[in-house]
Design a protein around this ligand. Structure first.
Ligand SMILES: [Zn+2]
Length: 315
């Protein structure tokens, strides 16, 4: 059972300002962590920050994360896409530093039409220098495995192995595990021990302390579908239980959960956060009961020892 509890938060819209709008939405839904876009997620434009808005996020007590543009693909055989991807992520890391973010989430990408080995060599040649140039206070680069469509470089957790190796297991490298993607890629989180096996495999592949963020999303599609369609927590094919199991796994201790679930208003997001908080509270209750039982067991054992001592001294 985790000793450190996981903050539960959401990807928040930033209309009205990165800090002002984002934190207002977070408060409305009870988010304990936030993820934001620092520029249009479906474009390449590099948006400049506003110092006053950045300062609000930096001053907030919530853990902050940035999601890089969806167009980023470090594995692309297209030179223009690769250059733009590198620029875009460098910008997101810079903006992340300015807002005090702990991590910048980037999709692991696809080799598209080139061999996987060529894509990995390219990632080593171009992304490793980016990591090496990061200042101490910069966010981690969090690799998010994908649902598994096309020539994805990384969908299952064991595929993080070659990616981490290509980047020399750089200390600034981490993982953002999206439950919907993992489920779609074939990790059956609903099976007995399914969550445990998945997280154990993740730790065995990349080591402890690398799981730095969880995207907590239910799935509209079945396990292995390779489809990336998020659903509200408990409303999809994953259901509530795996999320409780995830929060109880030692690898997820203290690791924030961010929902990226459907909903055009605050209400469904607040419901999802409330659900996860309820599961987290039930976990804590269970852990406390187990502790009490262990304590009582110890006490009765001690009493037994005293009985035996009393008997032996009476001989
Ligand atoms: Zn995600």
């Amino acid at each position: 059972m985790s000793t450190q509890t996981s903050p539960i938060g959401a990807h928040v819209p930033v209309a009205g300002g990165l800090g002002t709008g984002g934190l207002k939405y977070a408060a409305e839904i009870g988010a304990e962590a936030v993820q934001v876009f620092v520029s249009n997620p479906r474009g390449w434009a590099l948006t400049a920050g506003k110092p006053a808005e950045d300062a609000l996020l930096r001053a907030s007590e919530l853990p902050v994360y940035v999601h890089a543009s969806y167009l980023v693909n470090f594995g692309s055989p297209n030179a223009d896409t690769l250059e733009k991807s590198l620029e875009s992520v460098a910008h997101a890391l810079e903006r992340g530093t300015a807002i005090g973010a702990r991590g910048v989430v980037v999709h692991t990408g696809s080799a598209v039409s080139q061999p996987v080995e060529a894509a990995m060599a390219q990632i080593r040649a171009r992304v490793l220098p980016l990591l090496e140039a990061l200042p101490e206070d910069a966010p981690s680069l969090l690799l998010e495995p994908m649902a598994g469509q096309g020539a994805m470089l990384c969908a299952t957790v064991d595929q993080l192995g070659p990616y981490f190796a290509a980047l020399d297991h750089h200390p600034k490298l981490g993982v953002c595990l999206d439950t919907c993607h993992a489920f779609a890629a074939g990790h059956d989180l609903t099976a007995d021990q399914g969550v445990k096996l998945t997280l154990d495999a993740l730790v065995a592949t990349v080591g402890e302390g690398r799981l730095r963020l969880v995207h907590a999303n239910d799935s509209k599609d079945v396990c292995g579908s390779r489809k990336d369609r998020h659903e509200n927590i408990g409303r999809g094919h994953i259901g509530e239980r795996p999320f409780a199991e995830l929060m109880a796994h030692p690898a997820a201790a203290g690791v924030p959960l961010i929902i990226e679930t459907p909903g055009r208003s605050a209400e469904p997001h607040k419901t999802d956060i409330d659900t996860l908080k309820r599961l987290r509270a039930a976990n804590a209750e269970k852990a406390k009961d187990a502790e009490d039982e262990a304590f009582e067991g110890e006490e009765s054992e001690k009493a037994g020892d005293e009985d035996r001592e009393a008997r032996s001294s009476g001989d």
